[in-house]
Design a binder for this molecule. Structure first.
Ligand code: NAD
Ligand code: ISE
Length: 335
């Protein structure tokens, strides 16, 4: 049967996911949208046949025509939405971050264990990006040997007005934290954050860019340049350096033109463009797995681990130096 999805949060990502479920992927439709901004929810619902607008997630998730939940509200609202979904044992696609800090992520981890089965796929969409998937597959062949270092660059054109210096870590570097754990198959054990003099284009007091070094339990280093007001484009790149070679993704050389004595291409301007296909595959994979009665993709454990690493990263940013990551023991539910 067609999966009837409630989308919580109808801002930039939520509205894009509504469009994706209705017009791009198969097997699902949007039966409810929820936003604390009633007008926004109504405007999105008006574009979808048979879709009801709500302002309270708890009321929406109790509706009879909701089979699954897509959480796209801001991070601080995720815990309440996840617990409301668990109360009805509903499958959830939760946009990253699972929650903004380790304590709240741990509460979600414990609540899912109390259900006794996995219910959550976390929205770390890099795992569905064609280039990242190829990089992961190459590493798994072992041809390049053991990974020693991973170099990441993550650049946004401009940060939204509510962005804080710690959000460069908890909202943006969260993706590289997950990509590092997933690509290398290691847990991250410590974080160091270096702070160059901020760019003149960074809004007042925003520490942008930052340089983050992640240490792993497999003895690898993963560094991240995070620069959210670079001005020129949206770039996400990764290069892994192994004992017998290197491999990199994200150069974006899709179309190269030669004209008037110059050569070049274009640079995506935001994540909805750069990762459009990854989001499509991510949501399709969630719908397909849910309809089979399965839960696949990044788990609540992955969301918790990322939250714990980011929390250590924020500590390293604020206090200087190196902050160690403390994880609880990995519960059996997560393999
Ligand atoms: P946004 O501010 O554009 O939209 C958030 C919406 O949620 C707003 O309409 C707001 O009114 C609504 N909202 C706030 N509190 C709510 C609550 N308690 N219940 C219901 N609705 C509520 O934000 P966004 O950029 O769309 O980000 C949403 C989520 O998606 C965040 O978790 C963010 O980290 C994530 N995100 C992921 C990616 C990615 O690449 N995967 C990119 C951008 C954002
Ligand atoms: C945003 O929330 C995302 O998830 C984007 O992928 C990332 O590039 C951006 O920096 C975040 O703020």
């Amino acid at each position: 049967a067609t999966l009837r999805v409630a989308v919580i949060g109808t801002g930039r990502m939520g509205a894009d996911h509504v469009r994706r479920i209705q017009s791009v992927i198969s097997g699902a439709r949007v039966s409810a949208v929820v936003d604390v901004d009633a007008e926004r929810a109504k405007a999105v619902a008006a574009r979808v046949d048979g879709c009801t607008a709500y302002t309270d997630p708890v009321v929406a998730l109790a509706a009879a025509d909701v089979d699954a939940v897509l959480v796209a509200s801001p991070g601080p609202a995720h815990e309440a939405a996840l617990l409301a979904a668990f109360a009805h044992d509903l499958p959830v696609l939760c946009e990253k971050p699972l929650t903004p800090d380790a304590a709240s992520a741990l509460r979600v981890l414990e609540a899912e264990q109390a259900l006794g089965h996995r219910r959550v796929q976390v929205g770390f969409m890099r795992r569905y990006d064609a280039e990242y998937v190829k990089l992961k597959a190459l590493l798994e062949t072992g041809q390049l040997g053991r990974p020693l270092m991973l170099h990441n660059r993550h650049r946004n054109v401009a940060s939204p007005p509510f962005f804080t210096s710690s959000m460069l870590i908890s909202d943006s570097v969260a993706h590289e934290v997950d990509a590092t754990r997933w690509l290398l198959g290691h847990e991250i054990t410590a974080v160091t954050v270096l702070r160059p003099t901020p760019s003149v284009n960074a809004p007042d007091a925003l520490l942008d860019p930052q340089f983050v070094v992640l240490e792993t339990d497999g003895g690898a280093l993963s560094d991240v340049e995070i620069f959210v007001n670079c001005g020129f484009g949206y770039q996400v790149q990764a290069e892994v350096v192994c004992e017998r070679g290197t491999a990199r993704v994200g150069d974006g050389h899709g179309l190269v033109t030669h004209m008037a004595g110059r050569w070049g291409g274009t640079i995506a301007q935001d994540f909805t463009e750069r990762f459009a296909d990854a989001y499509d595959r991510e949501i399709q994979a969630w719908v397909d797995a849910t309809r089979r009665g399965e839960v696949t993709g990044p788990s609540t454990w992955d969301g918790y681990a990322a939250a714990a690493v980011c929390e250590a990263g924020v500590r390293a940013l604020e206090e200087g130096g190196r902050a160690e990551v403390a994880l609880v023991e990995r519960p059996a539910l997560y393999g």
